[in-house]
Design a protein around this ligand. Structure first.
Ligand SMILES: [Zn+2]
Length: 538
């Protein structure tokens, strides 16, 4: 009976899912590799911007250098309204363009020959969209600090970087390096990604020029403007000394000096589990912002109000979530999973969020032990909704269920149990960061790598947890010393072994869709709760 209800709810879910998934031409232009995108490979952005926080107005230009992969004469550049393109030029020749929403199709005059590097200059201006619920919607957050000075920052994951600067707004193609040059009022500072390479002063403005020497995804590029003060340290890491810099509001310096001690603890735990920090050349920074935080590459933004937990709350209810500052640990973890290894399509966003939610418990594991980490990740199960699959629809810029965080983390925690070999598990996590170093990837690449490295066929395992909203149910009957059991609500070929304890002694069973029996070597039976399944005695 219960199963029937589950199945009909699932059908309803699928049906409502279908009706909600009416995608438009704009979704496709934003989310797919259109013909006007695929013929060129972006190599360099030189973004120049003047930000007037009083007027909430920006103006500037982006020089876009690209390599021609095949001949074409129309190029797609994205910039979202209400910002407008004032002019596009190539070799100082003005070019014409047509627009469909935020997608601008520029007609090129110069012959685009395979192998050539060409440059496009896009001049733009306007009042950019204001972020209402940053970082979940995106745009500019315009705020003020305690001294009534402007305090502003960008965030744009999902919505897209084209909400504040013109670019090729699709994740598959990361720029190889980037210069970000920003003019702000003279009494303020701008902090962006990478290293500060130049500053200069005008009559009323000051320029801050930053350079990112590694590939960077669009949504991680950011500007942060405020009355910042700086302090820093050197972290002795796996690849040598790493420059760690902090930019915080003037009034928060003392609090930051205390709270940010967790940065080196984060780096130590994650270099252990994931391998060297992936951007030594660009340094690591924490930058205070007027919203909660975001994984901006090499300038991770921080707005957790100098307290542990997630704005002071423990997301796991286990107590362990108050042992660390959620934003320092979680957004720090994204330097490996999001910035080093990046999804090609936001449908595969679990690659960022499952591994990074999982990194929260690896941080605890490193500093407080395996029991702490298990209690934390199991505690986060209360946040799982099982509403729809973790993987979203492809090519329309839509992510899957929010379960990518804690269901994803519990899937990875379950996988660790299956391996029964933490050395191998660590080698998998470090290996992923080596194999896909500075790359954009698909779910299949991650799945295949893990299956290969662990010598296990994990296709049914990943299908179950990533591509359905079903949680495997282990049905069982205990008759004397005999256990009868099977799985229901599973995908084809799902046969994940389960560990249980009989009179406290470890024993494995190997369930699948068929009823099986097993002799129990004792009377009391406890299923290992590290496995993310439901158990149901019938
Ligand atoms: Zn995250």
């Amino acid at each position: 009976m219960k199963r029937k209800i589950v199945l009909s709810l699932m059908l309803l879910g699928i049906m409502t899912g279908v009706s909600a998934q009416m995608f438009t031409q704009l979704d496709t232009l934003r989310g797919s590799i259109t013909p006007e995108r695929e013929w060129w490979d972006v190599s360099y952005y030189d973004l120049n911007l003047n930000v007037d926080p009083e007027a909430e107005y920006i103006s500037g230009f982006n020089r876009i250098r690209y390599k021609v992969l095949k001949e074409a004469d129309v190029i797609q550049i994205d910039l979202q309204q209400p910002l407008r393109i004032d002019e596009v030029t190539q070799d100082n020749q003005p070019l014409e363009f047509t627009s469909i929403g935020p997608a601008h199709f520029i007609k090129l005059k110069k012959k685009q020959s395979k192998g050539d590097y060409n440059e496009l200059k896009v001049v733009y201006s306007g009042e950019p969209r204001k972020a209402v619920r940053a970082p979940w919607d995106g745009g500019f957050s315009w705020s003020r600090d305690n001294n009534n000075l402007p305090f502003a920052a960008t965030s744009c994951q999902g919505l897209g970087a084209s909400v504040w600067w013109p670019n090729k707004d699709h994740m598959y193609d990361e720029v190889d390096s980037m210069r970000i040059s920003v003019d702000v009022p003279k009494n303020l500072m701008n902090v962006s990604n990478g290293r500060l390479i130049d500053t200069s002063e005008g009559d009323t403005t000051k320029n801050f020029t930053w350079f990112v020497s590694n590939p960077i995804n669009n949504y991680c590029v950011n500007v942060n403007i405020g009355d910042y003060v700086h302090f820093g340290e050197k972290y002795e890491g796996e690849k040598g000394p790493l420059d760690v810099d902090y930019y915080v509001l003037r009034d928060n310096l003392d609090k930051a000096k205390e709270q940010f001690k967790q940065t080196s603890m984060m780096l130590e735990a994650f270099e252990h589990w994931f391998g060297p920090y992936p951007f030594y050349e660009d340094s690591f920074k924490l930058v205070e912002v007027p919203y909660l935080g975001m994984e901006h590459q090499s300038s991770v933004t921080y707005g957790n109000k100098y307290q542990n937990g997630y704005l002071g709350r423990d997301l796991s209810g286990s107590g362990w979530g108050l042992k660390f500052d959620f934003i320092i640990i979680h957004e720090g973890g994204h330097e490996w999973f999001a910035n080093n290894i990046t999804y090609k399509d936001i449908a595969d966003m679990w690659i960022h969020e499952a591994f990074t939610a999982y990194s929260e418990n690896l941080y605890l594991d490193y500093h407080y032990g395996t029991k702490a980490s298990a209690e934390y990740v199991i505690g986060t199960r209360k946040n799982i909704r099982n509403d729809r699959p973790i993987i979203g629809p492809y090519n329309v810029n839509k992510s899957g269920s929010g379960d990518m965080y804690y269901k994803g983390a519990n899937m990875l925690h379950t996988l660790r149990q299956l391996l029964e070999d933490d050395k191998l598990w660590r080698a998998v996590l470090r290996g992923l960061n080596e194999e896909f170093y500075h790359q954009t990837v698909t779910t299949e690449q991650i799945e295949n790598y893990i299956s290969k490295k662990t010598k296990k066929d994990l296709s049914a395992f990943f299908n179950q947890y990533l591509r359905t909203a079903m949680i495997p149910i282990l049905e069982y009957k205990k008759e004397g010393d005999t256990l009868r059991y099977r799985y229901v609500d599973i995908v084809q070929d799902f046969d994940m072994p389960i560990r249980l304890f009989v009179d406290g002694k470890e024993q494995w069973i190997y369930p699948n869709a068929e009823w099986k029996t097993e002799k129990l070597k004792g009377a009391t039976l406890v299923f290992d709760e590290n496995f993310y399944v439901e158990t149901e005695q019938i």
